[in-house]
Design a protein around this ligand. Structure first.
Ligand code: HEM
Length: 459
């Protein structure tokens, strides 16, 4: 054994480092959870409280003092108090001078106050170094330590040293600190926890918009048309037949919409001859919500599959089958087996099943636990190559389902095209554009641009 490879430092010869003392103002849920976590990570903790002798149970090993004494004892103070109660801090300005004050507060609503809580705190105690941090974490995640979804601690402040101290402590607690700049960013950090699924908002709007449009469009074409033109009430079809048109139509359009921005981006790069110019904001936003668009589309595809599965047990369908059988017997008719129809039905089912299988694979590979286990190449292979194959299968499924129906005038009730034809527009355009991009000459130029060459560069 190479003796140099062993650390020659006998155990027990280095003195145990003094555990750092931190102070927490506020003994509510967040203050207590934070204290517990700090204790577990080797810090000593004192609480500052209005009523140090009757502030309820605190984590074992900590003690409560009045605010003045607690503030004097530590160099870093967490303010776990609601903003409305900050005024008492003004009186503590002398004790808090030069200390790092960590503001963890949040508000109940956006734009409740003209300035952020952290900036307000800094104004109350100009001599302290206020750092905004930890406000995006819940008491639960503070107590239990970080998990995948809430590993990040965003922080901001005007003093670099103060931020460093908080960053060091956050890292010791197992979080990854992300510096968002000066204290003027505090307002933005305080809005983070108030956002409800921000990256889902646009895809949900698209889904609701398309669903509403196709629902009313098909309601008019199927139910209202039959009632007005033939006097028949077929409103019962809203529940299954109509739903089983709206959901797959929206699913197919949204699936295609996941891939459209990539194609637009490619054409934009080809047109500009460089990859170094920013995409327009709308394209960036569209690209960023592709995963959510795809997952909602997958949900709709599941609904279509479930609705399809119940077709054979529907009363309406069973009634129609037995009615046609009985009338054939009565009239002594036999229907001839139509091989083309069999081919058509089996092919579109098969395409649907293959498309759905790949669709599910895309959904699974977009889960963080799965995508984190894949290399970038594997992930982009699944999301891009298999993604386009999914679009192709689902589009082909719909083409086969339509077959020659679009040739018949009865398909254009009140001069409107059937829903499935409308659903084919976006995916068909997408497939054509993608095929154009795959042409060897186009592909070569695009690859060159993506490797960083500019069109003006010499060959
Ligand atoms: C229509 C089956 C997957 C898109 C249909 C229909 C059936 C069917 C039976 C005709 C419904 C009717 O008569 O009203 C299946 C099966 C699937 C599958 C068994 C897989 C297990 C998919 C997927 C998509 C899709 C993944 C793509 C998103 C469509 C569309 C229609 C359709 C757009 C036309 C709706 C209309 O206007 O009537 N499918 N499908 N299908 N399917 Fe699928």
């Amino acid at each position: 054994v190479n003796p140099e490879s062993v650390l020659l430092c006998p155990l027990g010869t280095t003195a145990a480092p003094e555990q750092k003392l931190l102070c927490i103002f506020g003994t509510g849920d967040l203050g207590r959870s934070l204290g517990q976590r700090l204790l577990q990570c080797g810090y000593r903790v004192v609480y500052g409280s209005r009523r140090p002798n009757s502030c309820g149970p605190l984590p074992r090993g900590t003690k409560a003092m009045n605010h003045e004494a607690a503030a004097m004892s530590a160099a870093l103070v967490f303010v776990c108090v609601h903003r409305e109660n900050y005024d008492f801090l003004e009186a503590l300005a002398p004790q808090l001078k030069g200390k790092v004050l960590v503001d963890v507060s949040n508000n109940l609503k956006k734009n409740l106050y003209p300035e952020s809580n952290a900036e307000y705190l800094q104004r109350l105690i100009p001599g302290a170094h206020v750092v905004k941090a930890f406000n995006t974490l819940s008491a639960w995640s503070l107590q239990n330590g970080p998990s995948d979804a809430n590993r990040q601690v965003y922080l901001c402040g005007n003093s670099v040293q103060a931020k460093q101290a908080v960053e060091e402590m956050a890292t010791k607690l197992g979080f990854a600190a992300l510096d968002r700049g000066s204290l003027s960013a505090a307002g933005e950090l305080e809005d983070f926890p108030l956002q409800l699924f921000p990256e889902w908002r646009l895809p949900l709007r698209v889904a609701v918009g398309l669903t509403a449009f196709f629902f009313f469009y098909l309601l008019m074409r199927d139910v209202v048309y039959t009632y007005v033109e033939q006097g028949k009430d077929i409103s019962f079809r809203i529940m299954v037949s109509l739903a089983n048109k709206v959901f797959p139509i929206v699913s197919l359009i949204m699936l295609a919409l996941c891939y459209v921005p990539g194609v637009i981006a490619a054409f934009l790069q080809l047109y500009r001859g460089t990859k170094y110019r920013r995409f327009p904001d709308w394209l960036d936003r569209w690209m960023l919500c592709r995963k959510q668009l795809g997952l909602i589309a997958l949900g709709f595809a599941f609904l279509h599959v479930f609705y399809t599965l119940i077709i054979p047990i529907r009363y309406y369908v069973r009634f129609r089958i037995s009615e046609s059988t009985i009338s054939q017997i009565r009239e002594n008719r036999t229907s001839v087996f139509d091989t083309t129809r069999a081919w058509r039905a089996d092919s579109y089912y098969s395409m649907g099943i293959l498309g759905f299988g790949l669709y599910v694979l895309l959904g699974i590979s977009s889960l963080p636990s799965v995508s984190n286990a894949l290399s970038w190449r594997e992930f982009s292979f699944i999301q891009s190559k298999l993604g386009y194959l999914t679009v192709f299968f689902c589009t082909f499924h719909t083409y086969l389902y339509g077959w020659d129906r679009f040739l018949h005038p009865y398909s254009y009730k009140w001069f409107t095209p059937p829903g499935y034809l409308l659903s084919l527009v976006v995916p068909s355009v997408l497939i054509v554009l993608k095929l154009l991009l795959l042409l060897p000459c186009v592909d070569r130029s695009l690859t060159r641009i993506r490797q960083g060459r500019e069109r003006t560069d010499p060959e």
